[in-house]
Write a protein that binds this ligand. Sequence first.
Ligand code: NI
Length: 248
Amino acid sequence: MISAYRRDGFVKVRGLLSRDEALRYREAALAAAGRAAGPAQQAAFDQHVNVWTHDEVLRELSLLPRLAAAAEALAGVPLRLWHDHVLIKRVERNTPTQFHQDQPYWPHIDAGRALSAWIALGDVPPERGCMTFIAGSHAHTDLPPQDLDDRDSLFRLCPELRWEPRVAVPLEAGDCTFHHCRTAHQATANITEEPRVGFVVAFMDAHARFSGGRHPVTLPLGLERGAALDGPRFPQAGAAHAARRRTP
Ligand code: NI
């Protein structure tokens, strides 16, 4: 799995959570989404960022030791939590999220191993907005941000990627994918009669610093360019792992 991840930029892990665990977190994610005053609405999905800071149940998931351990094994370096988010594709939202890399959106310096876990809180067949990746696309560095609502945005920057195979990865409840921060990915439209509930935990290199870029997670923190992204807002993945192991 580690070598497939390093080669392709993504990997699927079956049963990271049991179905029961996934459905419990799903309930919490839908409740958190219901409580939120105004989710950041994109054309293709609703997102709720950093729910771990105010939801006890979802905090458990974002700090889950087995999740952090898998992420660190894949990345091969110590990591910190960057942020989490609930991504819901509602039933009437039959718009795909277009191909993009995550890294150009992230205000990071020295975070070349950053990655995201995309966890299915419910079954996500291709018809319900499953993740689709372009293998090897993480080799493309230094691209500007690509528009999530423009299907040609990435391909204008990298025309050769248009002709690469696109790998759709359907997930059952509790399965997840991990993708490198530069792996191009999209989520298909949800044309089913059930909302698609995904939970993403994004990790960054433990030594990542702030680039000065605008991002909703760092905006309220008033950081100087070059500041370390550490402290309780960005808990170390390994530390969470160790703390949990000490608990009887
Ligand atoms: Ni993304």
